[in-house]
Write a protein that binds this ligand. Sequence first.
Ligand SMILES: C[S@@+](CC[C@H](N)C(=O)[O-])C[C@H]1O[C@@H](n2cnc3c(N)ncnc32)[C@H](O)[C@@H]1O
Length: 228
Amino acid sequence: MEIDIFTLFPEAFGWFERQRHVANALSGGSRLGYVNYRDHTPLGAGQVDDTPFGGGAGMVLRVDVVDAALRARYDRDPVEVRAQRRVIALTPSGRVLDEALVGELAREPALTLLSGRYEGFDQRVVEHFASDELSIGRYVVAGGELPAMVVCDAVLRKLPGVLGDERSALEESFSEVLEGAPEYPHYTRPAEYRGWRVPEVLLSGHHARIRAWRLEQSRARAEGGPLP
Ligand SMILES: C[S@@+](CC[C@H](N)C(=O)[O-])C[C@H]1O[C@@H](n2cnc3c(N)ncnc32)[C@H](O)[C@@H]1O
């Protein structure tokens, strides 16, 4: 999997790349590439944004700047790039990321993530360069860097060999094994703490009963809450 992230703050990803599963993905052949819009701007003094037509607060990331950055990376007109790889504009109002979309993206050989800042992109970026608009949720964060990390994290952990224990990704919240339901609750030692006891079934050593209890809990959570 090859993921290119277009951003004004590539240094923000240093911590992210050091996370175990991300490092595993990278040493297993996946690649994260960064393109700083500012490095390719055709404007003077590193300018990348401008005031919005029609007035209003904030600055808008310019379409010519994003065009130049995509062109520099892919060596072709950016309107053609989205036919070859998914070019994803990160926006609060895009398709909301969920497990199905993560799975879909994890099957792609290559992705491009466009991070915005300030007021966001000139709409022509979304209309002419992007194949998808993706949101990490219906709220607004200051820039596309955290959303890009969320997408990369969720996608990379789906790749074979990335997690320490492959079973973690097979059976977790929203997985097929749990029929798309949230995962059941987990407990560890001590078995009793301040009078709060771990459910007896988990201490029984009876695997079939434990399995049945877990599936029951998972289904109950899907229906609106844990069982008493
Ligand atoms: C401050 S936001 C711009 C918000 C925009 N003015 C609006 O009201 O929709 C700056 C950038 O952060 C990113 N961003 C913020 N919230 C996001 C979210 N929930 N999902 C994906 N990207 C988001 C986008 O790349 C966006 O261009």
